[in-house]
Design a protein around this ligand. Structure first.
Ligand code: 1HE
Length: 273
């Protein structure tokens, strides 16, 4: 791995390292279970807003035994309504830089992925969960509400009924339950999350930047549009993406039999072709 480099984010709460085209962004508050205080949310925003041009994909993880215990609750006890609203907007801004930043983000989830930690995970594009991961929204029990984008992003992943259940009853979802609901796209053995995330990150970095842009910026917005508006946007995005010389070269490489084929599922012996 390349030597650690910093982009200015405070090393104590969020670290940023570069390994070729991959940026590793890690929550570094293990003693507080990576609870997110204001310095941490600001550092996250900077980390993703200021990624160098050489970066094509980011991997987000948490130090220690848990991905993230959500909002640092010490921040809430004395805050007035207006402060809390602006604080929530700060989270929205930071996570916007993750969901609609320059590069796709792969998260490695383990241990607690709760409250704002789950909202953070929901702002990433690919989530790899280890078996220890568990998901909860303790906001319901703490007398507060979602404030880190959960009503919008998490609702689009696991749906309003699951959020309602988790918030009203305090239900914790296991890694398997979360996987079934779509929190994670990959569920792996304990300790194997980073390796899987790196394997996926290399595939993502190998795509053209415009395709990755269309997938992360256009696709979720089109899915939120009325179908006729969305299809027009799809046609325009598709025209722009295929127009890039790199796209043309890739299509030609396939026609010249120089490109890899789609990976086919391994057939069981004895099954018909
Ligand atoms: C914290 C926080 C925190 C841990 N804010 N300090 N989130 C929650 O309601 C989750 C609260 N945390 C927990 O339920 C547990 O800490 C865990 C299940 C995540 C982990 O348990 P455990 O036994 O490994 O750790 P611990 O002993 O509870 O915590 C270790 C330390 O981290 C301890 O501090 P210490 O000084 O006594 O060592 C804890 O106080 C501290 N800590 N979690 C502050 N969250 C934008 S709106 C989003 C709204 C929300 O996210 S609400 C959900 C908040």
């Amino acid at each position: 791995m390349a030597p650690a480099e910093s982009n200015g984010a405070p090393a104590t709460t969020v670290s940023v390292r570069f390994e070729g085209e991959i940026a590793h962004v890690r929550l570094e508050r293990a003693a507080k279970r990576n609870a997110i205080d204001t310095a941490t949310v600001v550092a996250l925003e900077r980390a993703f807003a200021e990624l160098p041009q050489s970066v094509r994909v980011a991997v987000l993880s948490g130090a220690g035994a848990h991905f993230c215990a959500g909002l640092d609750l010490t921040a809430l006890t004395e805050s007035a309504a207006a402060d809390a609203m602006f604080h929530s907007r700060l989270w929205h801004r930071a996570f916007e830089h993750i969901q609609f930043g320059r590069v796709p983000v792969v998260a490695v989830l383990h241990g607690a992925v709760v409250g704002g930690g789950l909202e953070l995970a929901a702002s990433t594009h690919i989530r790899v969960a280890e078996q220890s991961a568990f998901y909860a929204l303790p906001e319901g029990q703490r007398g507060i509400f979602l404030g880190g984008g959960g009503t919008a992003r998490l609702a689009r992943i696991i749906g309003v009924p699951s959020i309602t259940d988790m918030m009203l009853t305090g239900r914790t979802l296991s890694a398997e339950e979360g996987h079934t609901l779509g929190v994670s796209q990959y569920l792996v053995e304990e300790g194997a999350g980073m390796q899987k995330a790196l394997e996926l990150a290399l595939k993502i970095a190998g795509n053209t930047p415009l395709t990755n842009f269309a997938v992360t910026h256009a696709l979720p917005r089109i899915a939120d549009m009325a179908q006729d508006h969305g299809l027009l946007m799809e046609a325009m995005m598709s025209a722009i993406v295929q127009d890039a010389p790199e796209a043309k070269a890739r299509l030609q490489a396939f026609l010249d039999k120089r490109a890899s084929k789609v990976e086919q599922p391994v057939r069981k012996p004895g099954t018909a072709d």
